[in-house]
Design a protein around this ligand. Sequence first.
Ligand SMILES: Cc1cc2nc3c(=O)[nH]c(=O)nc-3n(C[C@H](O)[C@H](O)[C@H](O)COP(=O)(O)OP(=O)(O)OC[C@H]3O[C@@H](n4cnc5c(N)ncnc54)[C@H](O)[C@@H]3O)c2cc1C
Length: 324
Amino acid sequence: MSNILALIEVTSTGSLVNTAPGLLAAAAKLGTPVAVVTVAPGTGTALAEELGTLGASQVFVAECEQVGAVLGSPQLEALVAATTALTPVAIVVANSADGRDAAARLAVRIHGGLAVDAVDLRLDADRVVVTHSIFGGAYVVESVVEGGIPIVTVRSGAIQGPVAATTPTVTTETVTVDESMSSVIDAVHEVATSSTRPELREATTVVSGGRGLGSKESFELVDRLADALGAAVGASRAAVDAGYVPQSLQVGQTGSTVSPQLYIALGISGAIQHRAGMQTAKTIVAINKDPDAPIFEIADYGIVGDVFTVVPQLIDAIQNRAKQ
Ligand SMILES: Cc1cc2nc3c(=O)[nH]c(=O)nc-3n(C[C@H](O)[C@H](O)[C@H](O)COP(=O)(O)OP(=O)(O)OC[C@H]3O[C@@H](n4cnc5c(N)ncnc54)[C@H](O)[C@@H]3O)c2cc1C
């Protein structure tokens, strides 16, 4: 089978970003998944083993002295080196800020064709067909790169594993970057976060609240259900505009796009701009007291009722089940 490179992102503390399983699953849909990971010299062994458990048949470890010192360039050089060494038929990266940056720069370097924000991928003979959900989710379209290697950014959560664990072949190469051509990191400030919940765009379950929650204090019901499920919290723009939660939690056209396994919408009407950010979720549950709310048009399960009556019962049921 043909090699498919997957650029695996690593956090500043050296662990895998949780887009890794989805990217390896995306690569496995097209061929042999090869993880490309950039590390400081001598630190790749544990990551390579972990990538094997996620289904990487091969791990291309690019050791770079400048990891953490320059933005993006080590990852770019790693992909260029892996492309030269392994002649892949496609390259997948996360549709994150870093992933999109690497993908665009790589396309220029290797004269590849860029396809962004994929929600699915498949091989049609030897062509890589990329599926996109566009115009606020109103259309699903397919694209094919006709010149160069396809470089595809994959929406977080859209493609799931599992891919069978392997003992991967590990190739280690040294890459260097030209700092005069790179953004050098001057200082790093960790943003303090008090939340232990998963990151919204990467969570497998998202519980979102809308204007129907009525106040910042009442929005706490969304937090409680999210915590019972180990989910991330999201919100509609109306809830953000009303000051219930910060804008970083907004889901939709002008907020985050999420594609979790389960999306629960509480007191959200389901305006097209909200749907644009969540309708590729695998299962959608809506609780709304208006039976004609548009959210029910896309919900897999709907409960017509008051969130303040239904959600506490739901939390009790989840907690009782957890005790059994
Ligand atoms: C350019 C543009 C960009 C936008 N971007 C976004 C975006 O990114 N994300 C986004 O969300 N919106 C966005 N919007 C706004 C969008 O059009 C809607 O106004 C917004 O999504 C509505 O939020 P909502 O559903 O929470 O509020 P509402 O539309 O007011 O709906 C509240 C819902 O709660 C229900 N409800 C009320 N009380 C209860 C209760 N006790 N129990 C159960 N149900 C109850 C009501 O029946 C109603 O359906 C954008 C708009 C524009 C013009």
